[in-house]
Write a new protein. Structure first.
Length: 747
C-alpha cells in the first residue's frame, strides 16, 4: 500500500533541517520515518546513507547505499557513495571495484569526464587494475590529454610485464609510442621488454590539464579481450544489418549485369523506396522485380519487409532462398525465426533464432578453436530445447527476439552465450531453460557476470550484495543461490553455506534434477564430511534413483560419521541397514566384510563379546582367508578363558599362513600371542616348534624351558618329562642340570 505523502514530506524536511544543523542522530531518525512511508523511495535512502556516514555508522551506511542502488541502478550516486564508505572502512580493493562500476554507469550516460574521475580513484586505490588503465589511456587519448594517456599505457605495460604477459605489454607500449614516437620512457620500456630487461613504472607530472569536450559516442575496448571491439549495431539486429548489405549487393548485381529492363527498374525503385521508409510501395516494387531477379539480396529485403508488414507466411517463402548466401544468412535466419515466432510455431522459431545467434557469435570469434567451441555450445542449446513445451519455447523465443534487437545486441550476445555455458555447467539442461524463461534474463546475465568477477577478485561483500539484488528479481534461479553458498563458505560461514547448499539440492531434487542435486550434495560432503543431514539427503536421492551401490557407500560413510561423533547406537543401526542393503543387492564380498567388521568393532567396544564373536564367524563363512576376523576370534576366546577353542582357531589361521608359505607371519603371530598370554602351554609349544624348524636353537630352548615350568606348575609330569627330553636333545648349556631334573621326575 502507498504511504502517507504528507508524513513523508514532513519527515524528509525534518531530516534536511537536522542535517543542516549537523544533528545526525535526529536526521537518521527522520529519514527512517520517510522510508517507512515509502520503502522504495531512493532519495530517502540516499539522504539516510549520508546521515549514517556523517555519524560514522559505516556498516549501516553501506547497507543503505546498497539498497538505494538496487532501487535506482541507473543512478551512479548511491554506488559512488558506497565506494566512499568502503574506502573509509579500509576495504580498498572493494572500493576500487565499486569506483569502476560507477565509471561504467557514467560512461553509459556519455559523461566521460566523470567516468575518468572514478577510474582514477580506482587506480589510486588499487594500481593493479590493468583493464582500467587501458580504459583510462583510451579516454585520455580521446579527450586529447596525450601525457596522461601515455602514462596509463606505460602503467598497463608495467603491470602486464609483471604478470609475464610480454606480448600484450609490448602492444601497450606501442600504443604509447603512437602518441609520442620519441617518448624516452616508452622507448626504454619497449627495449626492456624486447631484451628481457626490467620494466620501470612510469613517472609523470599529473599537472597537465584535461581538455573537456562533448562526447557523442565513445567506444572503449579492453586490452584483455581478444575479440575486436563491437560498436553500436543496427537496432533491427542481424536482419537489419543484412538489409543494409543486401541493398549494396542488389545494386551491384543490377548495374554490373545490365539488368536495367522493367524488372531491374522495379528493383532499383524498391531499393529507393526502402531507403525512404516507404515500405508498402517498396514491397510492391520488389514483388514486381522478383519473377526475374531471384537474387538472394532481393529475397532478403523483400522477406524482411514482409515480416515488418506483419505478413510472416509470405516472408518465409522468400527468406528461405536468402539463407544460402553466407553474407546474408545470419540476417535471414533471424528474420525466419521472427516469422515463425509471429506464426506461433515456436519449435521452428527457436531453431532459426539459435542459428542466427551462432552465426553472429562465430563472426566475432578470434580464432578457429573459438569457432569450434561456439559450435558445441549452440549445439548443446539446440539439444536442450528439444521436447520442451510450447509455453516454454514461446518464452525462450521471446527472450531471443529481445536479445537480437537494440543498439548493443552484439555485445549482449557474447554475454548471454557465456552465461549459457556457465548455466549448462552448473545447472544442467533444466537450469538453462529456467534461465532463458526468466522474466529478467538480461539483467540476470549482467548480475551473474558481476558476481563471478567479484568472486575472482576476492570482493566477497560486493559479490553477496549483487547476489541479493539478483535474488530479488530472479528468486528461483538456483545458480545464484549456489554462488551465495560459495561466498558464505569463503567468508568462513560454513554452517550457513551448508544449509544453503542443502536447500538448493533439495530444490533440484523436487524438480527432478537428481544428477544436479547429487553433484551439489557430493561437493558439500567434500567440504563438510561430518554433516549428517546432507548425507541423509544424498542417500534418499540415490535410493530414489535406485543407484544402490552408491547408496550403500553413503550408508557406510553415514555410519562412520555417527561413529566419529560418538553416537554408537546410531552407528550400529546404520551399519545394520547397510548390511541388509548389501545382502539385497548382492554387494561384493569386500563391502560385506568391511561392514561386518565395523559392526563387530562396535560390539566389542560395548563389551558385547558373544555378539561380536558371531559376526566374526559370519565373516569367516563368506571370507575364509580373512586374517583379522580369525585373529579376533582367537582373542575373544582367550578373553572368555576358552583356551581350547582359542588354540583351535589359532591352528586354523596358522594353516592359512603355512599354505601361503608365510613363515614370518606364523612366527610374528605366535610371539605376539605368547607375550599376551604367557601362561598358555599350547602357545609355548607351537612357538618352540617353529623356532626349532627355523634352526633358532637358543630361542627354542628358552621357550621349552618356560613350557616345562608351566607343565610342572600344573602337575603335568608326563608332559614336563617330554619337554625336558626335547631340551636335552638340543645339547643346551647346563645340560647336566636338565638331566638331574629329568631323573628326579623318573624320566
Amino acid at each position: 500500500m502507498p504511504g502517507n505523502r504528507e508524513a513523508y514530506d514532513q519527515a524528509m524536511n525534518a531530516g534536511h533541517n537536522a542535517a543542516w544543523d549537523q544533528e545526525w542522530s535526529t536526521a537518521i531518525s527522520a529519514y527512517g520515518r520517510a522510508i517507512r512511508e515509502f520503502p522504495e523511495d531512493p532519495d530517502a535512502h540516499i539522504h539516510l546513507g549520508l546521515a549514517l556516514l556523517r555519524a560514522n555508522r559505516l556498516d549501516d551506511a553501506l547497507k543503505v547505499y546498497t539498497r538505494a542502488y538496487q532501487l535506482t541502478p541507473e543512478d551512479p550516486i548511491p554506488l559512488e557513495k558506497s565506494a566512499d564508505v568502503l574506502e573509509r572502512m579500509g576495504r580498498l580493493r572493494e572500493a576500487a571495484q565499486q569506483y569502476v562500476n560507477v565509471a561504467e554507469i557514467y560512461l553509459g550516460q556519455r559523461d566521460l569526464n566523470k567516468a575518468i574521475d572514478n577510474w582514477e580513484k580506482a587506480t589510486n586505490l588499487s594500481p593493479g587494475f590493468g583493464a582500467i588503465h587501458a580504459k583510462l589511456a583510451q579516454a585520455y587519448e580521446r579527450v586529447g590529454n596525450k601525457p596522461k594517456a601515455i602514462r596509463e599505457y606505460l602503467t598497463l605495460a608495467f603491470n602486464l610485464a609483471r604478470a609475464r604477459e610480454t606480448s600484450r605489454a609490448i602492444k601497450a607500449v606501442q600504443r604509447a609510442l603512437k602518441l609520442d614516437p620519441k617518448n624516452a620512457q616508452a622507448l626504454n620500456s619497449l627495449r626492456a621488454l624486447e631484451t628481457g630487461g626490467e620494466v620501470i613504472p612510469p613517472n609523470f607530472d599529473d599537472s597537465t590539464p584535461t581538455r573537456k569536450e562533448q562526447v557523442d559516442s565513445f567506444d572503449l575496448f579492453d586490452l584483455t579481450d581478444e575479440r575486436a571491439p563491437v560498436g553500436e549495431s543496427d537496432p533491427l539486429g542481424p536482419m537489419g544489418e543484412a538489409m543494409v548489405d543486401a541493398l549494396g549487393m542488389l545494386a551491384s548485381y543490377v548495374m554490373e549485369n545490365g539488368e536495367l529492363d522493367s524488372y531491374g527498374s522495379q528493383a532499383l525503385l524498391g531499393m529507393e523506396l526502402q531507403r525512404q521508409g516507404i515500405y508498402d510501395q517498396a514491397i510492391t516494387a520488389y514483388e514486381a522485380a522478383e519473377p526475374k531477379l531471384r537474387h538472394p539480396s532481393l529475397k532478403l529485403n523483400l522477406g524482411v519487409l514482409l515480416l515488418q508488414a506483419d505478413r510472416p507466411s509470405e516472408a518465409i517463402k522468400h527468406l528461405g532462398e536468402a539463407i544460402t548466401n553466407p553474407e546474408l544468412s545470419a540476417g535471414a535466419y533471424h528474420a525466419m525465426g521472427q516469422s515463425y515466432y509471429k506464426l506461433g510455431k515456436h519449435k521452428q522459431a527457436s531453431r532459426y533464432l539459435i542459428q542466427s545467434l551462432q552465426l553472429v557469435d562465430t563472426g566475432l570469434a578470434s580464432n578457429v578453436e573459438e569457432v569450434e567451441d561456439l559450435a558445441r555450445v549452440y549445439e548443446n542449446v539446440m539439444v536442450t530445447l528439444e521436447g520442451r513445451t510450447e509455453e516454454a519455447l514461446s518464452a525462450i523465443n521471446r527472450r531471443f527476439v529481445e536479445l537480437l534487437q537494440g543498439k548493443d545486441w552484439k555485445q549482449r550476445i557474447a554475454e548471454t552465450r557465456r552465461q549459457l555455458q556457465e548455466t549448462m555447467r552448473t545447472g544442467g539442461e533444466q537450469g538453462v531453460v529456467d534461465w532463458l524463461v526468466t522474466t529478467h534474463g538480461d539483467e540476470l546475465t549482467v548480475a551473474v557476470s558481476r558476481i563471478d568477477r567479484y568472486l575472482q577478485q576476492g570482493l566477497l561483500t560486493l559479490a553477496m550484495d549483487e547476489a541479493h539484488h539478483a535474488v530479488e528479481f530472479a528468486p528461483s534461479y538456483l545458480p545464484i543461490h549456489v554462488r551465495m553458498a560459495e561466498i558464505m563458505m569463503r567468508e568462513g560461514r560454513v554452517r550457513q553455506a551448508i544449509n544453503k547448499y542443502n536447500i538448493v539440492a533439495r530444490t533440484y531434487l523436487v524438480r527432478g534434477e537428481n544428477d544436479r542435486a547429487a553433484s551439489i550434495l557430493g561437493e558439500v560432503l567434500e567440504m563438510a564430511p561430518l554433516d549428517i543431514s546432507v548425507r541423509t539427503n544424498l542417500i534418499e536421492l540415490l535410493e530414489a534413483e535406485e543407484r544402490w551401490d552408491e547408496a550403500l557407500d553413503q550408508y557406510v560413510d553415514l555410519a562412520d560419521t555417527y561413529h566419529q561423533l560418538g553416537d554408537f547406537d546410531m552407528a550400529r543401526n546404520t551399519y545394520n541397514v547397510a548390511e541388509r542393503l548389501a545382502t539385497r543387492v548382492q554387494a561384493s564380498v569386500d563391502k560385506m566384510v568391511r561392514i561386518k567388521h565395523r559392526i563387530a568393532d562396535i560390539d566389542q567396544m560395548r563389551l558385547d563379546i558373544r555378539r561380536a564373536q558371531r559376526t566374526y564367524e559370519e565373516i569367516i563363512q563368506i571370507a575364509p582367508n580373512d586374517e583379522r576376523a580369525r585373529r579376533m576370534l582367537i582373542d575373544l576366546n582367550y578373553r572368555q578363558s576358552n583356551q581350547v577353542e582359542a588354540i583351535r582357531r589359532l591352528d586354523e589361521l596358522l594353516k592359512i599362513f603355512a599354505k601361503n608359505k608365510q613363515v614370518n607371519r606364523i612366527t610374528q603371530l605366535l610371539e605376539e600371542l605368547v607375550t599376551l598370554y604367557p601362561n598358555d602351554t599350547g602357545l609355548r609349544s607351537r612357538l618352540a616348534a617353529i623356532y626349532r624348524q627355523l634352526g633358532r636353537k637358543k630361542e627354542t630352548i628358552l621357550q621349552l624351558d618356560a613350557l616345562g615350568e608351566l607343565q610342572l606348575e600344573a602337575g603335568a609330569h608326563e608332559e614336563a618329562i617330554n619337554t625336558l627330553r626335547q631340551i636335552i636333545a638340543l645339547q643346551p648349556d647346563g645340560i647336566e642340570d636338565y638331566r638331574r631334573l629329568l631323573a628326579q621326575l623318573g624320566g
